[in-house]
Design a protein around this ligand. Structure first.
Ligand code: 13P
Length: 287
């Protein structure tokens, strides 16, 4: 059964580790993540962007697929199904479809509008026992066509949003979706410390988990980050493994095209990324 992120993130914050959010795009990714989380005895968050939701034929399909897998794979670790960077309407649709958690990304809107929409979603999520992630300070890079500049959040604004009763807060601290440029100055731990002072005991979320050096990940966790999002690294691993398989000509061995065989190397590659991240974030054996 799907659970919200409330309990798992509280435990992560207390235990000084982070729960990984791994974004899903199809059946193979979902299965690879669920199997690995179970093998590692780790709680896990499946992230779905609005674009990935459309690709997978809508949020109801995603909920059906994930719930079906939890049952057939006999998953026992806590699994949360979370909308990633949702708009206000997207968040409402996911709640209706059966997601156990949503992110409302109002970081591109004026703070007054971000507060108004967040407030409404807090009350809906509380009444249904779901978790809600809010964002302040846009995360850099491009995701699903949304381009952010990698701002550092205003700690006071973070405090205002935290007070509304969200479960977790994504505060921009110089992090970027996708690859980090060679001249990236690194995470702003100064901003992270100031944000932490303003939000108290609220779990913080670090987006753009691909390519952040290990020491920075560990320091961020020690300063209150309890959820880390990873997407691009799974995409890279999946593509690389699939490409290698095709270049070896294994998809053309005269027996017709077998999608199960073609996608198997990508599936294994995602499992390896997820295992590595779970160990780095320290959530293994915490389920
Ligand atoms: P990456 O794509 O950089 O791993 O970031 C993922 C993310 O933050 C999803 O919200």
């Amino acid at each position: 059964m799907l659970v919200s992120a409330n309990e798992m993130l509280k435990k992560a914050l207390d235990g000084k580790y982070a729960v990984g959010q791994f974004n899903i795009n199809n059946l193979e990714w979902t299965k690879a993540i669920l199997i690995t989380a179970e093998e590692c005895r780790s709680p896990v968050i499946l992230g779905v962007s609005e674009g990935a939701g459309r690709y997978m034929a809508g949020y109801k399909t995603v909920v059906g697929m994930v719930n079906g897998m939890l049952e057939s794979l006999k998953t026992t670790v806590p699994v949360c199904l979370h909308l990633d960077h949702g708009g206000y309407e997207g968040a409402k649709s996911c709640i209706e479809a059966g997601f156990s958690s949503v992110m409302y990304d109002g970081s591109h809107a004026p703070i007054a509008e971000n507060i108004k929409n967040t407030k409404e979603l807090v009350s809906i999520c509380k009444s249904k026992g779901l978790s809600l992630e809010a964002e302040v300070g846009s995360i850099g890079g491009e995701e699903d066509g949304v381009i952010g500049r990698g701002e550092c959040a205003d700690p006071k604004e973070c405090g205002e949003i935290a007070k509304l009763g969200v479960t977790m807060l994504a505060a921009g601290i110089g992090n970027i979706h996708g690859a980090y440029p060679s001249d990236w100055p690194g995470l702003s731990f100064e901003t992270l410390e100031q944000v932490k002072k303003e939000v108290g005991n609220m779990p913080l979320v670090l987006h753009g988990g691909t390519g952040i050096p290990e020491e920075m990940i560990k320091k961020a966790i020690s300063l209150g980050v309890a959820k880390i999002n990873v997407n691009t690294e799974c995409q890279w691993a999946f593509q690389k493994a699939t490409r290698a398989y095709i270049l070896e000509g294994k998809d053309l061995q005269g027996k017709g095209f077998d999608p199960r065989k073609l996608l198997a190397p990508g599936f294994e590659a995602i499992k390896a990324v997820v295992k590595e991240k779970i160990e780095l974030f320290g959530s293994n054996d915490k389920a």
